[in-house]
Design a protein around this ligand. Structure first.
Ligand code: ACM
Ligand code: ZN
Length: 620
């Protein structure tokens, strides 16, 4: 219901008299907003006769054109002919004969005139991004006639080179086809890094030939569903049937799929902690050596899940594992995790204590630094660079190692001060597993992060030289995300917000102008059958204590133009109910809950919110 209303209200499609020309999206709906857009008069009429023109003998450009053609077909139902012969009224892809330095490797120019559409760039990646912009000018409707594409002159290039999304496939396993769908969606908004969190306590997801039990045992847990965190404990002898993993052929297939779309995959093997799945497969890896099981979310973060640092064999094992990983992923970085190690297991372990003695290590954090340095050497020996969560910075790092700052901005600030580059992924702006709307509706997660708050993210911390900030990424942890539809719901639309932060100039930042750009993507999600949250239509609800000492209720809408109606008598509110006027509402005697709903232009658009005063008091 909501989505069809959005479709009607946001969608700029018109029909010309009796003809069936479909008019294009307005340039104002482009997201991320380009560096420079000049709207021009007139239209280019895209029809089934339009040809895509590419230079002969350039397989890379041909591949970009093929991808564009496939995307266009998904959007409009029309597949166009690709030709080497220049014709009138075509869509031409061409590389600049002389590099345009302001465009870099990923920038492009897109020129739409009534005669032609031209995308030019220094590199094929730029052509691909120009094509993504062009696709956003074309309405997501199955056209049975020409589409009029608004004339425009666009010049565009990214602010950051690392524009990433992370997907945790350990807490819940997502198939290679789902991963491809995730990548399909990312590239429409010009993301170029897919950080693949492949291992954790809940499952090891990548085939390692030398250690088959990592997947035959480590990829499987007992099955639990319901509310995460409250699962019934595992039973003695209960079969581990839930999970899955990628074969090395699967990995190669996804790597190629991503590379074809200019996405680099950064694989993560999270060590020394978050390794319960390894310990289930090879118990000798831990300090205690005790048999254990892959976590089904029944005891997450509790119990032994760290590698023993005193066991030399563990470094040999990790050398082999990272060696196989490096041979599968062509990107320059390997992510080694490094977060949230419970070092207490090392305190009571004779082997770890012996290591500390031999290496003259006094404190447990320094033992983790020792571990990180050894892993760093292993990664370097495979010709790769290390990146890890900001804990890896504690104790010193190889100069070429990079830090992923997740515990706020401090990790990046410290990294830059020590001469390391950083990727910004602070929980406060980038954790897409956090709830984005009314907590009563979205229910459980570790935190709360509204789209509007994400839009306030500035990846370069004050006082830090921007040269150290590679970019940023959104993280989709999946403890609370048991299926792929929910992955999509949590990712979109907040990943739209981040895409603009990471691609567009800071000077273009304007939430009120961003909102219609974001809403213009909703019909595209609908057409592509991508799930997304409409939480922006639900206000935040809070209870405040007034100066007079009484408690009142305040609504804070995330976007402008919403009307909020409410009741206290446990009946469904509608536009005939009391309307919120912006002033804190006095709660009537006897009432214990408020029900509310938002409308726009006289039509319901938000969810029905039912919130008790007890709940609101806990938020105060
Ligand atoms: C993390 O969220 N533990 C990196
Ligand atoms: Zn140990």
């Amino acid at each position: 219901m909501n989505k069809s209303i959005i479709l009607l209200t946001c969608f700029l499609i018109a029909f010309l008299g009796k003809s069936n020309i479909v008019f294009s999206q307005n340039c104002k709906t482009l997201l991320p907003v380009p560096v420079q857009v000049k709207s021009l008069d007139g239209n280019f009429q895209l029809s089934s006769n339009t040809k895509i023109v590419v230079p002969s003998g350039n397989a890379d450009i041909r591949e970009v054109a093929d991808l564009f053609d496939g995307q266009l077909a998904s959007l409009t139902g029309q597949k166009l002919e690709i030709s080497n012969a220049k014709t009138k009224r075509s869509i031409e892809f061409k590389l600049n004969t002389q590099a345009n330095s302001s465009l870099g490797n990923e920038g492009y120019s897109l020129n739409v005139t009534p005669q032609n559409i031209t995308i030019s760039a220094n590199k094929p990646a730029g052509l691909f991004y120009g094509a993504q912009t062009l696709l956003q000018l074309i309405p997501p409707v199955k056209a049975n006639g020409p589409v009029a594409v608004a004339c425009a002159d666009i010049t565009d290039f990214p602010r950051f080179g690392w524009r990433g999304l992370m997907l945790d496939v350990s807490r819940h396993f997502f198939t290679k086809d789902e991963v491809k769908r995730f990548i399909d969606q990312m590239v429409k908004y010009k993301y170029n890094v897919f950080h693949w969190h492949l291992t954790d306590d809940n499952g090891w997801r990548i085939e390692i030939k030398a250690y088959p039990k990592l997947t035959s045992v480590g990829a499987w847990s007992v099955f639990r569903t319901g509310r995460y965190g409250g699962f019934a404990p595992e039973e003695e002898g209960e079969p581990a049937t839930y999970g899955g993993f990628y074969t090395q052929d699967d990995i190669r297939e996804v790597v190629k799929y991503a590379a074809d779309r200019f996405v680099t995959i950064v694989p993560e093997i999270d060590v020394p902690a978050h390794s319960k799945a390894v310990l289930a497969a090879y118990p000798e890896v831990s300090c205690s050596g005790k048999p254990t099981t892959v976590s089904a979310g029944t005891n997450n973060g509790i119990g032994e899940n760290v590698f023993c640092v005193g066991n030399e064999q563990n470094f040999k094992m990790l050398d082999v594992i990272f060696g196989e990983l490096a041979s599968l992923f062509p990107g320059e970085y390997i992510h080694i995790g490094g977060d949230e190690a419970n070092r207490e297991f090392w305190r009571n372990c004779p082997k770890c204590q012996q290591r500390m003695k031999e290496e003259n290590i006094k404190e447990l954090p320094d033992l983790q630094s020792y571990f990180t340095r050894r892993i760093g050497k292993i990664i370097a020996s495979k010709g790769k660079k290390v990146i890890g969560w900001d804990e890896i910075l504690e104790g010193g790092l190889a100069p070429e190692a990079s830090v992923m700052s997740w515990r706020g901005l401090d990790g990046a600030i410290a990294a830059a001060a020590a001469g390391h580059s950083a990727v910004m992924s602070p929980t406060s702006f980038c954790y897409l597993d956090y709830l984005q709307g009314e907590k009563n509706i979205e229910r459980n997660s570790f935190g709360y992060l509204r789209a509007k708050r994400v839009y306030e993210f500035e990846p370069v911390p004050e006082g830090v030289d921007p040269k150290y900030i590679l970019g940023g990424q959104g993280n989709v942890w999946t403890e609370f995300i048991p299926n792929y539809r929910r992955v999509e719901y949590m990712t979109w639309p907040r990943a739209l917000v981040l895409s603009e932060i990471l691609w567009s100039p800071k000077t273009e930042r304007n939430w009120d102008e961003f909102v219609p750009r974001m809403e213009a993507q909703f019909p595209r999600f609908d057409q592509a059958e991508v799930n997304y949250a409409t939480s922006i239509y639900d206000p935040e609800v809070a209870m405040v204590k007034t100066a007079e000492g009484d408690y009142r209720i305040v609504f804070t809408p995330e976007i402008k133009g919403l009307d909020i109606y409410y009741t206290f008598d446990c009946t469904f509110p509608d536009k005939f109910s009391a309307k919120y006027d912006g002033n804190p509402i006095k709660t009537p005697k006897g009432s214990s809950e408020i029900w509310a709903i938002t409308y726009r232009d006289g039509k319901p658009i938000g969810c029905l919110l039912v919130i008790t005063f007890d709940e609101l008091r806990t938020r105060m």
